[in-house]
Design a protein around this ligand. Sequence first.
Ligand code: GAR
Length: 207
Amino acid sequence: MTERKANIAVLVSGGGTNLQALIDAQISGRLASGQIRLVIANNPEAYALQRAEAAQIPGKVITRKDSGSQEVFEEAICEMLEAYDTDLIILAGFMSILSASFTKRYEKRIINVHPSLIPSFCGKGFYGLRVHEAALAKGVKVTGATVHFVNEVPDGGEIIMQKAVSVCEGDTPEVLQQRVMREAEWIILPAAAEKVCAEIISKETKG
Ligand code: GAR
């Protein structure tokens, strides 16, 4: 009998380096309790789609613009998630806020990686490079990354893992972003995914 793994869908918008970290963790066995079955991009140009293709993972494009409304957009995502029997949704640089009705439907089944130590530099308007610009403007000496469950409050769900990263003299937002990814995001996202997948499987076995 093959061992049951949690079915993972990864939602992306851009470069997909966090998706790559998940794929690499799956190959190396660090992500053992889950299997990436599907990648959904809300942007047809997302390089993450090429990473999915190279790893032979189905990649689908669902855009808010083509959907016409947030409701239709989310319904299309849900249909795809159901078609792939998704157990866990991972937001890996997904730059679209999901509605409360979506997040309620998947309570404790959506995780997100955010490039700061929440509750600093998070919430509406804080995404991508903007987070690092704000951290440098404030003059913090330590920043980092957080993986958390997603609920109706942007970046407000329960924290699963965090890792601190030093800010260095002369850092630009781009340099800091790369360090936070390399030293924190690419490490804690696969680790948190493994933790949550293992919990999903263990709850099933216990009934
Ligand atoms: C990552 O730094 C991720 O933490 C951030 O966008 C980048 C995506 O990079 N996400 C957010 O800001 C969400 N609020 P990637 O496409 O290379 O993984």
